[in-house]
Design a protein around this ligand. Structure first.
Ligand SMILES: Nc1nc2c(ncn2[C@@H]2O[C@H](COP(=O)(O)OP(=O)(O)O[C@H]3O[C@H](CO)[C@@H](O)[C@H](O)[C@@H]3O)[C@@H](O)[C@H]2O)c(=O)[nH]1
Length: 246
């Protein structure tokens, strides 16, 4: 089995893509990378293709035709990682809001401490967010409290998008049943991993808002999360989360 792959979804990340790729490949631990690009008009995928010559065999690219959302891009990436036999699969943004150095900490929290999912958490020790307007910090913090209250998910940062999964978690979850595209995607993945009895751990990180390019989150995605949490809860009442026998 191959050991580690970092999945990065991209839409218009030309200002960040080369730097994030070079940074990941310079880490003390080797990680392969998969960029899932949704036809970025700014040429993000072209830049990745150029870099593939330098990082042959370690840098992978999947191109989709249009902007289909972050959640489906991750599902696409997870399926690619499972098909290609990776043991640990990571989620990370392209814009340096997640510090690539923390990939190593997430991996150690999973592989070294016997956990199945490691979550880079902004809220496990206070509020560790840099450069966000206060309104967004409050919205994100209280959204996590809301999710915890409705679903019981014992996680402080329920919308976090910086994670390491053991491949078994992604094999047990029915990836085709997940339709959410934004924050609700992040919530549902954690909720399902927890319900199936996997071991989740929160690793404290500092989240620093992007300095280049623009966030793609919208009011629609926020609404999806608020209503999505209720749907996740409702669906859970009729679902048997027993893990399949090995
Ligand atoms: N392929 C693809 N990538 C996308 C799309 N939308 C966003 N992305 C990529 O997904 C990453 C995060 O997008 P942002 O738009 O910067 O997200 P954010 O608002 O900062 O949200 C982050 O924090 C949230 C929690 O506060 C997380 O829930 C979310 O997953 C993400 O990590 C970036 O690499 C961006 O290019 C899409 O439709 N398609």
């Amino acid at each position: 089995m191959k050991e580690r792959i970092v999945v990065i979804p991209t839409f218009n990340e030309i200002e960040n893509i080369e730097a994030i790729i070079r940074k990941v490949f310079s880490l003390s631990l080797p990680f392969d990378m998969l960029i899932v690009d949704d036809g970025s008009p700014d040429g993000t995928a072209l830049k990745v293709k150029e870099l593939q010559q330098e990082f042959s065999g370690r840098l992978h690219l999947e191109e989709r035709k249009g902007k289909l959302g972050l959640g489906t891009a991750y599902i696409h990436g997870f399926k690619y990682g499972l098909r290609n036999g990776y043991q640990y699969l990571f989620e990370m943004d392209a814009d340096f809001s997640h510090n690539p150095e923390d990939l190593v900490r997430l991996y150690e929290a999973c592989a070294g401490q016997g956990n199945d999912v490691a979550i880079g958490s902004r809220y496990v020790t206070g509020v560790n967010v840099v450069n966000w307007p206060m309104s967004r910090v409050l919205m994100s913090y209280f959204a996590s409290k809301y999710v915890r209250f409705i679903t019981g998910l014992p996680i402080h940062d329920t919308t976090a998008g910086f994670k390491c999964y053991h491949h078994r978690v992604l094999e047990v979850i029915n990836l085709d049943s997940i339709r959410f595209v934004g924050y609700a995607f992040q919530i549902e993945m954690k909720f399902l991993a927890w319900k199936y009895g996997f071991r989740l751990i929160e690793v404290p990180i500092i989240f620093t808002d992007r300095t280049k390019g623009q966030s793609k989150m919208s009011k629609g995605i926020f609404k999806e999360a608020i209503l999505g949490v209720l749907r996740i809860k409702l669906k859970s009442l009729f679902t048997n989360y027993r893990q399949p026998a090995v």
